[in-house]
Design a protein around this ligand. Structure first.
Ligand code: ATP
Ligand code: MG
Length: 842
């Protein structure tokens, strides 16, 4: 992929049709016969009478409604259906059908998915269905599509094509600085609050000026906010940077300001398909709206004059009709209202696209009947929705398993044990997922999983690219790519330490401002600032290093343009960043150095996979890695992720954890209108990810923000018919109660009085306080454990803080990854990671 994209360029490398296709593909030989009459026309015959891998088999795996959706040809198609009914599958088959039947060139297709991973999967499926790789399709997220367009049209958008993309941490840093400078914290402004508000406004396509028009500027709060918003906008512009929300908004503004530019894309993309449409916000909606607009005859005439191929697409009036649009979604799965997503986009689709065909899908192919029934009865409690009943031919399947733990740790231990059991029954780790509402819940889970030597990965936690050392290394690359990016320059100014303090940084900034030059130029001019020779030398050296790196990348470089990996290697070694980490005494720096080396390795892979790509391509790719993109199906690990990240995915076995009031629904949702209903949809999304087995767990006490609080079962649990769930108790509770209902659930019933007899009272029967730990246990728990030297072999007796005494059956693994398989006298069989397990040899 080259950095810049020309919408008029042929991007399809397949020697498919020899005549001139629609959308202006230069003929690849042969005469232009113009027989390709628009999106719904099928050009006659295939070259050489060849067949493609799809054909009937493309429709074989579909039910009649799905087929109808795949085969429908018309300007607008809306597929609304519940979870797991094959919406994404229909989109994929539809794309393959359009290409396979020669109705569309791959390059005329734009498919929007929610994550880059979903995009990659869709592309792979399409290629599979077609039996060959088809390049030129745009299957990507909203953000990736917008970046490609903005880089190609940067000049019109008033940007450099090497603009930087700020992630939320970057933009918060800028906002933090502004708040400090304006003393806005005295008025109660926080970086998080301001950044949320700005993000919401941008999702509504508002900018500082439009905000000013509607704001009450006699209110000091609003006035201050406006000033922060203005400064923020100005600073990002000066740094040639866009934040995530800008990517969408700027593209829409560009299309509106330059109809002729928009027309290039409107003409190119004849088929636009959007997955998860229920979660589009106003800016995303507008982007699609602009792209599907018909092109006015006078613009078509201009395009023809400019040499663009438009002839075959023209209608009787000389205009070009709007692209065909297919959207799929499920309003019951709308979970991004907090980011401005608007269910109305789906509800009002028929109004916005008159004559749209609507297809409903009702058969679920993912889950067992028990899981579906639970999902159906939960979501039925939301008002204001069209009732739809999902059914499945799969059969009832296993019951849902419920578990109430004493604590988050107890809950996590239950999950770890169940996972091992499933694994023992032949379920692969990769087919198991654990979901939670808040990231904080991972702590207990991770602790237990590590101790149990369970292979897992947290999807979208503290992401690799959000680590400080990676951001440092990336800032070097960004500073080379975009010299205007002051944030990147300030980040590396004294990283690694080179004796440039905050006072010097401020001095450089003021010098730049006073002289109307960039921060980078101020660095180059450091000699005239009258600072000490050491500091001056350090600044000049850094400026020179960056300039040299930029020269390496220059295509005019006599040695040939250097690759991203070479440049990063050069920067890391010349700046001594890597060496400093390696030589540091801070033990964490060892990991940091490894991470930076990993980044270097990644750039090498990137160069291998994309030989023609440059630095900007690499930076773009990194900026757009979304949370779910960390998923790697091939790895044999259990996936841990938030409910939001789980959208669109499916797993054989799913654990939904922390089903408690305050977590689900989340306490923050209580005050929001529609909050609890949105949380219920989130629960529905979670339930419907499971294919065969579903676990619902909660804890009676939950440690949060350093406090341990009594937790109450979520109101949503009561919405699941009791006979679908088989409750397992916390081990400590089994003795005192005979029934199968978890005690905490009874407490909940009491509180709500909606079910139960009232005799099931919680009062006076609080669970016994956890046993005080022995002095030994306290010591083992308190110390930072490192049993690296502990030698264990089968037959050894050990003592564990929680599980008591037991006997080692087997030791597997090497070095720090040694695992003891222990049969505890009371707690049963467990696996422990020796290095950190709270154990002692007896
Ligand atoms: N006609 C069919 N025959 C067999 N399997 C199918 C059929 N339709 C869909 N499936 C399978 O059912 C599962 C769910 O399909 P898909 O992911 O497309 O549903 P979805 O409606 O997009 O779900 P979600 O709302 O969760 O995004 C997938 O594993 C898919 O391959
Ligand atoms: Mg889907």
């Amino acid at each position: 992929m080259s950095t810049l994209f020309d919408p008029d360029e042929p991007t399809d490398s397949r020697p498919m049709i020899v005549h001139d296709g629609p959308g202006g593909f230069p003929s690849s030989g042969g005469a232009s016969n113009g027989s390709f009459g628009g999106p719904s026309a099928v050009p006659g015959g295939l070259p050489g009478g060849g067949a493609w891998a799809g054909g009937d088999s493309l429709l074989d795996g579909l039910n009649p409604e799905q087929r109808e959706a795949v085969e429908y040809r018309g300007p607008a198609l809306l597929i609304v259906a519940g979870a797991g009914s094959g919406k994404t599958r229909v989109l994929t088959h539809r794309i393959a059908g359009l290409i396979g039947s020669r109705e569309a060139w791959p390059s005329q297709i734009l498919a929007i998915t929610f994550t880059n991973k979903a995009a990659a999967e869709m592309r792979e499926r399409v290629d599979q269905l077609l039996g060959q790789a088809s390049s030129g399709m745009w299957i990507s997220t909203f953000h990736s599509s917008c970046v490609r367009i903005l880089r190609a049209e940067a000049e019109k958008a008033g940007l450099s094509s090497s603009f930087t993309i700020y992630d939320s941490a970057d933009s918060r840093n800028v906002i933090k600085r502004i708040i400090k400078e304006l003393d806005a914290d005295t008025l109660g402004f926080t970086a998080a609050g301001v950044s949320n508000k700005i993000s919401k406004l941008k999702n509504e396509l508002a900018d500082a000026d439009s905000y000013a028009r509607n704001a009450n500027l006699s209110d000091p709060q609003e006035l201050m906010f406006l000033e922060i918003f203005r400064q923020y906008t100005r600073r990002l512009r000066a740094a040639q940077a866009l934040d995530f929300d800008d990517l969408l908004a700027e593209t829409v503004f560009l299309f509106r300001a330059f109809p002729a530019t928009a027309a290039l894309y409107q003409r190119r993309f004849r088929h636009i398909l959007v997955d998860e449409y229920q979660d589009t916000n106003h800016a995303q909606y507008s982007f699609i709206r602009e792209l599907t607009r018909p092109i006015e005859p006078h613009i078509v005439a201009e395009m023809a004059t400019a040499g663009h191929h438009v002839q075959s697409l023209r209608d009787a009036n000389g205009g070009i009709p709007g692209a065909s649009l297919t959207v799929v979604g499920d309003s019951d799965q709308s979970i991004y209202a907090f980011r401005g997503a608007d269910i109305r986009n789906i509800v009002e689709f028929e109004r916005d696209y008159p004559g749209a065909k609507v297809v409903l899908l009702e058969q679920n192919y993912r889950s067992t009947q028990n899981i579906l029934s639970a999902a159906n009865s939960v979501i039925a409690n939301n008002f204001d929705r069209k009732d739809k009943k999902l059914w499945t031919a799969v059969g009832d399947g296993a019951k849902i398993i419920g578990y109430t733990g004493y604590s988050g740790h107890d809950e996590a231990q239950f999950i770890a044990d169940e996972i091992e059991k499933l694994h023992g029954e032949g379920v692969a780790y990769r087919d198991i997922a654990v979901f939670y509402r808040t990231n904080a819940q991972t702590r207990a889970l991770e602790e237990i999983f590590v101790r149990s030597a369970l292979p897992y990965r947290v999807v979208g936690g503290t992401k690799f690219y959000e680590r400080a050392e990676i951001k440092d290394a990336m800032a070097y690359l960004i500073a080379v790519a975009n010299p205007a990016d002051e944030l990147a320059l300030r980040r590396i100014l004294n990283t690694p330490k080179r004796g440039i303090g905050p006072a010097t940084e401020t001095q450089l900034a003021s010098f730049a401002e006073a002289n109307g030059i960039s921060f980078r130029q101020a660095m180059r001019d450091a000699g005239s600032l009258g600072m000490g020779p050491k500091v001056t030398g350090a600044i000049l050296q850094l400026a020179k290093l960056l300039d040299e790196a930029a020269l390496m990348l220059d295509p005019a470089n006599p040695a040939g343009a250097a690759k991203v990996s070479d440049v990063l290697g050069f920067l890391l070694s010349e700046s001594t960043l890597l060496e400093t980490l390696r030589n540091s005494r801070d033990p964490q720096d060892e990991t940091r150095a490894e991470n930076v080396e990993e980044l270097l390795a990644q750039t090498k892979d990137f160069v291998k996979e994309n030989p023609d790509a440059g630095l900007i391509d690499f930076l773009t790719q990194v900026s757009l890695v979304a949370a779910a993109d960390d998923l790697d199906d091939s790895s044999g690990t259990v996936s841990l992720m938030t409910l939001h990240t789980a959208k669109g995915l499916e797993y054989d076995s799913v654990f939904l954890t922390g089903i408690e009031e305050g977590l689900l629904p989340h306490q923050m949702s209580a005050g929001e209108p529609g909050g609890p209903a949105e949380e219920r949809r989130l629960f529905y999304v979670g339930i419907t990810r499971a294919r065969k087995r579903l676990y619902l767990s909660l804890a009676m006490t939950r440690a949060q923000f350093g406090e341990t609080n009594v937790a109450m079962p979520s109101r949503y649990l009561q919405e699941i018919p009791g006979d679908l769930i088989e409750w397992r108790q916390s081990p400590g509770m089994a003795n005192s109660r005979g029934g199968t209902q978890p005690r905490a659930l009874n407490a909940r019933r009491d509180g709500y009085g909606s079910r139960g007899t009232g005799s099931d009272r919680f009062g006076g029967e609080l669970p016994p306080a956890p046993k005080p730990k022995t002095e030994w246990a306290n010591r083992v728990t308190a110390q930072v454990r490192d049993n690296g030297d502990l030698t264990l072999q089968s037959g050894d007796r050990i003592r564990h803080v929680d599980f008591g005494d037991g006997r080692v059956n087997q030791v597997t693994g090497e070095g720090t990854k040694r695992v003891a398989h222990v049969q505890f006298d009371k707690a049963g069989a467990k696996k422990l990671l020796i290095k950190i397990a709270p154990i002692e040899k007896l």
